[in-house]
Design a protein around this ligand. Structure first.
Ligand SMILES: C[S@@+](CC[C@H](N)C(=O)[O-])C[C@H]1O[C@@H](n2cnc3c(N)ncnc32)[C@H](O)[C@@H]1O
Length: 233
């Protein structure tokens, strides 16, 4: 068996041919960093109609909410999450929201911190309900407003290397697992499950119900992409 640790491979491999260099893979092509404001309809619908009401209505004095956005690309996803939570809770109660957003790609995180975006046609329609979250610099160029920016912290990090004992109420890992083989998906899911509070929620696609149950994660309804972490005694 080789003892040459300098040749040690990355703990997991991108599926699509690169030599275990996950950062290079995700830096190398625009395709795998595609994102958008309010991109996934079911994510925002389930978040605002099922998850947030459940968190805030069943736990009477709940005033804090922590969200993890993994593979956040250029920041449109976590900023959308911040706007959605803010909008759906503003009339009911004051909550302290904190979002940690991470991505392996440093350039994308720099863009995210800047908070300036050119809206695509499909996004222009989607941001209509959240106009107060943006400052319009021109018809299609926007700056994220300060209140929303303050809710999101960005970090260049591989999810598996993310350190700290912080736990989250909700984790979103959208359009990321599809790039990994099953064994690496398992590693990522184990890590994400460990970062959730009991009864916390994880949004993730490209995984079967039975596979998810290995990590104590149960689909909230048939076909949903949100899973709930159950603790059994
Ligand atoms: C297709 S984009 C998805 C962006 C966003 N989640 C969405 O659905 O709109 C996938 C992102 O995941 C990031 N990524 C891939 N593997 C990662 C890992 N192990 N840890 C953190 N980010 C990762 C890539 O750099 C890329 O920006």
């Amino acid at each position: 068996m080789s003892t040459d640790t300098t040749k040690r491979r990355h703990p997991y491999d991108a599926r699509l041919g690169f030599e275990s260099d996950i950062e290079a893979f995700f830096r190398s092509t625009r395709l795998v960093t595609a994102t958008g404001f309010f991109r996934l309809n079911d994510l925002f619908k389930d978040l605002t109609t099922i998850i947030l009401p459940d968190i805030f209505e069943t736990v009477a004095k709940r005033s804090k909410l922590k969200i993890l956005s993994v593979g956040c690309s250029d920041g449109r996803e976590p900023y959308s999450l911040a706007m959605a939570v803010q909008q759906s809770t503003k009339s009911s109660r004051k909550i302290e929201l904190k979002i940690l957003a991470c991505d392996v790609n440093q350039a994308l995180i720099e863009t995210a911190k800047c908070g300036i975006y050119r809206l695509r046609k499909d996004e222009k329609r989607k941001v209509q309900d959240y106009r107060s979250g943006f400052l319009f610099l021109s018809e299609d160029e926007v700056l994220i407003n300060d209140t929303i920016r303050e809710l999101v912290r960005f970090r260049v990090s591989d999810i598996l290397m993310l350190e700290g004992k912080e736990t989250y109420d909700i984790a979103v890992c959208a359009n990321l697992l599809l790039y990994y083989k099953e064994e690496y998906r398992a590693e990522i899911l184990r890590k994400l499950s460990s970062m959730l509070i009991p009864n916390g929620y994880l949004y993730v696609e490209s995984v079967g119900t039975k596979f998810m149950e290995n990590f104590g994660l149960f689909r909230i309804y048939p076909g949903a992409h949100f899973f709930r972490k159950r603790i059994f005694n």
